[in-house]
Design a protein around this ligand. Structure first.
Ligand code: ZN
Length: 160
């Protein structure tokens, strides 16, 4: 059963409100994560709780339970001098910083003179997410995986 600290493998398709496919896993390469460790959006994680191998479910996730509402406040213009002197700042570059005590990832969208435009919205912010999921495998996490808070091995994280 899908429960906290179980390693869960999913086959899924993610679509937006207009039915456009945004992401999917393939049957030979399922998506694997550690349940109950905030590795996937909360709306999907909650909906999967208690499912068994072979269970299929359609899950609709509102932005607040997904990648967040789109926030104009997270689009900012900052001084180049806020970045380390030797940092090569270019569009598409990502960095993280603390905003109101929360860890927030920003993407550089434009550079004009000594001003840098950044956007802290997730690319899927403001979107209602439609997941079509099937649970393909469930196993217990190892002690090491629990300590790290993520999955090792196939579909997971590689340590070298
Ligand atoms: Zn690890």
């Amino acid at each position: 059963m899908v429960k906290k600290d179980a390693v869960v493998s999913l086959s899924y398709t993610l679509k937006n409100d207009t039915g456009q496919e945004l992401d999917k896993s393939t049957p030979d390469k399922p998506f694997t994560y550690l349940h109950g460790n905030k590795q996937i959006v909360p709306g999907l994680e909650n909906a999967l709780e208690g499912l068994a191998v072979g269970d299929k479910k359609q899950v609709t996730v509102a932005p607040a339970e997904g990648y967040g509402e789109f926030s104009a406040e997270l689009k900012k213009e900052v001084e180049r001098s806020n970045f380390p002197k030797d940092a090569k700042i270019q569009a598409g570059m990502q960095f993280s910083t603390e905003v109101n005590g929360n860890h927030q990832v920003f993407t550089v969208t434009d550079i004009a003179g000594d001003k840098v435009k950044v956007d802290g919205n997730h690319p899927l912010a403001g979107q209602t997410l439609h997941f079509d999921v099937e649970v393909v495998e469930i196993r217990d996490a190892t002690a090491e995986e629990l300590q790290h808070g993520h999955v090792h091995g196939p579909g997971g994280h590689d340590h070298h």
